[in-house]
Design a protein around this ligand. Structure first.
Ligand code: UD1
Ligand code: UDP
Length: 370
């Protein structure tokens, strides 16, 4: 009998853990016996509500390998991961290394595997912001260059790769020099639908705990390095949310990434913290589990975010999105009027919110597969 294909999956940050659940379900289900998966967690995210909660809720097997790398500067974090991942690849001898997205864990996995001539499969290949000041852009470009299989969620991602010299013609057998570029759709569509069904069976959760009504609140998330480490940009975002909260007399729910919580706590403008604390129904809550997050997204009146994943999930649930960035990888959402780019400019953020409060989101076709 043929030996099962052995995949080493590298995860580390919250969105990768969530994405990995779709493939882990398939490996345990339709591909049982044909594929074996070893999960390696770099430890990039480590707080219980940034990591363990997803294993508990989403039925992902516990990682067999925990690197425990933790936080650090980009170089330090990637270096620690790289050294450890290399060691495990040499010990395990996987047939391929599977990587998600664009984090430092993705970059370390891509470099470690490709230098050892182990093929890399990249889920979310081809996404580009064309802004190399964002750390994720370099991670994506390097990971795509190291990959043998490039799984693209959108035609726009394929077009980005073609502009960089990749060919989407079939390549047999694919190699790192003649990689295979494939349009696969987005695993988060599968996950969002799957876990929305599961979330519907619950009778309690954060929506109930906060007494939120369907379409009766704004959901916001902020965590990008550029939006949190810069006190002016962070203040502009929070002031804009306070302004909209007051103008529409509507609750705001902001599950705080630990980076953002730390930056708010250390913010030089103490009056900002005082005004947030005094604002009634302006809820700063800990990072949500994914079932709570799905509930928060599908019931929100609108979503304000700088997250890549949350932009798309808002669309899956028919919610309009104000994007706290000047560009997005999910260009189709902007082109079709589902999302508006507002950066951190209070005037643009308020105009985008006003627009969506007065105009329904257009009917948008299925953009990310079925
Ligand atoms: C990382 C990814 C980003 C992704 C995000 C998902 C990189 C360069 N960035 O950003 O692409 O969108 O994850 O959430 O890989 N911290 C904790 N506890 C944790 C994790 C982080 O306190 O469990 C704090 C630490 O102070 C840390 C900071 O958050 O320094 C930033 O964490 P890090 O993983 O470096 O970057 P993210 O902003 O999470
Ligand atoms: N998410 C979550 N709880 C939260 C915030 C986000 O479960 O409090 C989920 C979200 O639904 C999405 C993923 O985490 O699936 C996105 O992660 P994040 O915004 O941290 O990173 P990005 O997508 O920008 O890389």
């Amino acid at each position: 009998m043929k030996r099962p294909l052995h995949i080493l999956t590298v995860i580390g940050a919250r969105p990768q853990i969530i994405k990995a659940s779709a493939i882990s379900r398939a490996v345990a289900g339709p591909f049982a016996g044909r594929i074996t998966e070893t999960l390696l967690h770099t430890g990039q995210h480590y707080d219980a509500n940034m990591s363990q909660v997803f294993f508990d809720e989403l039925g992902i097997p516990q990682p067999q390998i925990q690197l425990g790398v933790g936080s650090g500067g980009h170089g330090q974090q990637v270096a620690r991961m790289l050294e450890a991942i290399e060691k495990h690849i040499l010990t395990l001898g996987p047939d391929l290394v599977l990587l998600y997205g664009d984090t430092n864990s993705t970059l370390a996995g891509a470099l470690a595997a490709s230098k050892l001539h182990v093929p890399v499969a990249h889920v979310e290949a081809g996404l580009r912001s064309y802004n190399k000041a964002m750390p994720e852009e370099l991670n994506r470009i390097v990971c795509d260059q190291c990959s043998t299989w490039l799984f693209c969620p959108t035609p726009a991602a394929i077009a980005n790769l073609e502009r960089e010299g990749f060919s989407s013609m079939p390549s047999q057998p694919p190699t790192i020099d003649r990689p295979q570029v494939l349009l696969t759709g987005d695993v988060m569509y599968d996950n969002s639908m799957h876990f929305a069904r599961l979330a519907s069976t619950r009778t309690s959760g954060v929506v109930q705990d906060l007494g939120l009504r369907p379409e009766g609140y704004f959901l916001a998330t902020v965590h990008r390095e550029a939006n949190t480490n810069d006190p002016d940009r962070l203040a502009a975002i929070l002031e804009s949310l306070l302004d909209a909260h007051k103008a529409y007399d509507i609750p705001v729910v902001l599950p705080l990434h630990p980076r953002t919580r730390k930056c708010i706590e250390a913010h030089p403008d103490a009056s900002l913290r005082t005004r947030i604390a005094a604002a009634k129904h302006f809820h700063l809550i800990p990072p949500a589990g994914f079932l709570d997050m799905v509930d928060l997204e599908r019931n929100a009146r609108l979503v304000v975010t700088d997250s890549g994943g949350v932009q798309k999930e808002a669309y899956f649930f028919g919610r309009p999105v104000v994007v706290l960035r000047n560009e997005t990888e999910w260009v189709e959402l902007v082109e079709l009027g589902q999302a508006i780019l507002a950066d951190t400019d209070p005037t643009r953020i308020r105009a985008a919110i006003d627009h969506f409060m007065h105009h329904p989101v257009p009917k948008v076709p299925a953009l990310y597969g079925d």
